[in-house]
Write a protein that binds this ligand. Sequence first.
Ligand SMILES: [Zn+2]
Ligand SMILES: [Zn+2]
Length: 137
Amino acid sequence: MNLDGHCLCGNVTYTCETEPRFTALCHCTDCQRQTGGAASLVVGVNDEDLRIEGDSVSVFVTRGDEHNTNTNRTFCSNCGSPIVGRIDAFPGLAFVKAGTLNDTSWLKPTIEVWTRSAQPWMTPIPGADRYEGDLRE
Ligand SMILES: [Zn+2]
Ligand SMILES: [Zn+2]
């Protein structure tokens, strides 16, 4: 499994040594706003195995109204691509923004979170577990 990736401009690159733990689709309004899309496709990996490099790595912290935990959103300050999210409530996990992977052919989300704010035209992914809020709800 290839877990290498980079941002749109290429300044920020990353690699992960170990297998992903899951692939999830996040429908939260903060992810919709940050990605500019309907949802954010993320791959959960062990944070300690993830190496991120580049001189334009920046972090923006969000604490949305629906969230009772901080989300640390790493992005490229040169091109604006979101790279990875880390949620204080889930230590040891990093949520890689899957659209930045070099190889996206194997992606198959099995979890959907924050479905209560999902775009109404998005149909449920067949076979995926759906959570109204985050994984704790
Ligand atoms: Zn960039
Ligand atoms: Zn989200």
